[in-house]
Design a protein around this ligand. Sequence first.
Ligand code: MN
Length: 250
Amino acid sequence: MGKFTYFISDLHLSAERQDITDCLMTFLREDAPNADALYILGDLFEVWIGDDDLNPFTQFIAQALHNLSLTTPVYFIHGNRDFALKSKYAKLAGLTLLDEQTVLDLYGTPTLVLHGDELCTRDVEYMRFRKKSRSRLWQMFMLSLPLSWRRRIANNGRNVSAQNKQALSMEIMDVTPSEVINTYERHGVMRMIHGHTHRPDIHIHVINLDGVKKDATRIVLGDWYSQGSILKVDRHGFELQQRSFKKSAN
Ligand code: MN
């Protein structure tokens, strides 16, 4: 075991962005097998219209993740773009699906991991959409539509569905500080890791745990638009790393 753990999010993989896929493949082949585990904290895919949308691209990604999962556990938390990813694809890709807010024991430090969109409560319209779209009934309805319809809805997001517009505007919105504090205190943890905002950074928040003021750490993962962004955590601490897209595969 490597005695460290990797976290990634917001890759926004699509067949159109071979550079992102190449960077991920190099990471999965050269780095990830050395880790105790890999956690993918949402928005692995740019869009996910259902597990029945299997194509050469999604199968290729599934196979690469599945290969890694044979030696290194791979965990997945849904993002706002791939929340419709279900157990069928998870099984194909060797992913273990986690609850949207999960507390891990990371080398002795209880750590909350989440995608992070639920922290952006100032986007009232999105929060309303989020609530609706995460309901069983709404998902059953959407997933019952023919694949071609769902593809069209996803492609014509601008004029067909307000959901995509909201997904776009939301990504420029940062977290609500009070919601961050509430979330720490609700889970009783002093460290959280999330993505979504595409603002990689380390933040310290003063929180109140059992009547005692403490400094809590919030680690924000970076996106993969122009480079790979990786968080490495071990018992001594953590490091936000980058991987260049230009690094050629071997
Ligand atoms: Mn997101």
